[in-house]
Design a protein around this ligand. Structure first.
Ligand SMILES: Cc1ncc(COP(=O)(O)O)c(C=O)c1O
Length: 387
């Protein structure tokens, strides 16, 4: 019999999702901003220490709200890594802003503060650090650049809930912080997100923007006697069903994070001999603490080697994946954005980075199967044999 496939990700349920969703149904109120949304909001505020937390239907929605809140105008420049998802750039390009792509730090895959500094112009308004794989960016350096040049920092923390930067939870640092609860994330509800606000001047308008440009929230709070259209806006609220599912996951966040870190630690330990022998490069977990175990990646020496390794693993029913096609070389990125400086490390990440299977409850024997297959690939000289 064929062994079971080891998938890249398997959805984890805490066991409380159905109960909470049934409660939401019994309450006969499924539209946004009900009691489950409120409980998620309270959880996010308590556990990140952010000033305000607004659930959205996605991280994409939260990023779009950020661009609206900052009143991004045509020609404004927004500095971000090229090694990220389209939503990081789209949110600002939708307002006419110009994404300015810069390179990453090869040790962490996160935006390089030096590259940010070199890309600042009089048109720069915003910097968007993306915490790749849940590992926090160098936030001290980035916040300092923000202060020096008067820039707003919008963190794309799609992958980084429960990560910590120097013991400060991600969510408490940047002016605005965008989270994702897409099913590919550690804590998820299918599709979902949140906008965390630390610069409280943005809260009032954010409440209007996400309620279709109306002051409905103020009306529901008894602050005005009727609600009406007061500003531009859109619909960013998730339904109570999503919030009910999400609450179950948030309440289990500590266990989820701990278990994913267990898998990362085991991978690191078992693959370290290959790293020490110079065959692959591992992320230096000791030098860069604070991650949430979202992604475990390795770097091969070349694109061909990564393709061969991934195929070798697939033959053994182990699914591994590369990651972002850099935005500076994507068709829309070339049309709507520009890039500043060398993209050496971004291009290398695109060619050589491989994500290994990782999910809550991953069996030790599966972790070993993955690391033994990788070791076998290098021990057998498959690298040269296949290229
Ligand atoms: C860095 C980054 N930003 C934004 C997003 C978009 O998140 P969502 O699917 O919640 O809109 C993703 C999705 O994977 C992402 O990886």
């Amino acid at each position: 019999m064929q062994p079971d496939i080891i998938p890249r990700n398997t959805l984890y349920y805490t066991g409380s999702e159905q109960r909470y969703m049934a409660e939401a149904m019994e309450a006969r109120r499924l539209s946004g901003d009900g009691s489950f949304t409120e409980r998620c909001r309270a959880w996010l505020k308590l556990h990140t220490g952010c000033g305000e937390a607004l659930l959205t239907h996605s991280c994409t929605g939260a990023l779009e709200m950020a661009a609206l809140l900052l009143d991004i105008q045509a020609g404004d420049e927004i500095i971000m890594p090229s090694f990220t998802f389209s939503s990081t750039a789209n949110a600002f390009a939708l307002r006419g802003g110009i994404p300015v792509f810069v390179d990453i730090d090869p040790d962490t895959m996160n935006i390089s503060p030096d590259a940010i500094r070199k890309a600042v112009t009089p048109r720069t308004r915003v910097v968007v650090p993306v915490h790749y794989a849940g590992f926090p960016c160098d936030m001290d350096a980035i916040m300092d650049i923000g202060v020096e040049y008067g820039l707003v920092i919008v963190e794309d923390a799609a992958q980084a809930l429960c990560s910590r930067y120097k013991d400060i939870p991600i969510g408490r640092i940047g002016h605005l912080v965008c989270l994702s609860f897409h099913e590919s994330k550690n804590i998820q509800c299918g599709e979902g997100g949140a906008l965390l606000i630390n610069d409280l001047q943005y809260v009032g308008r954010a409440l209007v923007l996400r309620e279709k440009g109306t002051n409905r929230t103020a009306f529901l709070r008894g602050q005005v006697d009727k609600y009406t259209w007061v500003d531009i806006g859109s619909s960013y609220l998730p339904s109570e069903l999503n919030a009910a599912f999400l609450l179950a996951q948030l309440e289990d966040a500590e266990h989820i994070t701990k278990d994913r870190l267990r898998v990362c630690e085991a991978y690191h330990r078992l693959l370290h001999p290959l790293h020490a022998a110079g065959k692959i490069t591992l992320f230096d977990r000791a030098a860069h603490p604070g991650g949430n175990g979202h992604i475990f990646w390795i770097l091969t020496k070349s694109l061909q080697e990564r393709v061969a390794l991934s195929a070798f693993l697939r033959e053994r029913r182990i699914l591994s994946f590369f990651h972002y096609v850099p935005l500076h070389s994507s068709p829309a990125g070339r049309r709507l954005g520009k890039f500043c400086g060398s993209m050496e490390h971004t291009d290398r990440a695109f060619e050589c980075l491989l994500r290994l299977p990782l999910h809550v409850g991953m069996a030790e024997e599966d972790i070993r199967a993955v690391t033994e297959a990788i070791t076998q690939f290098y021990d057998n000289g498959q690298v040269s044999g296949r290229i």
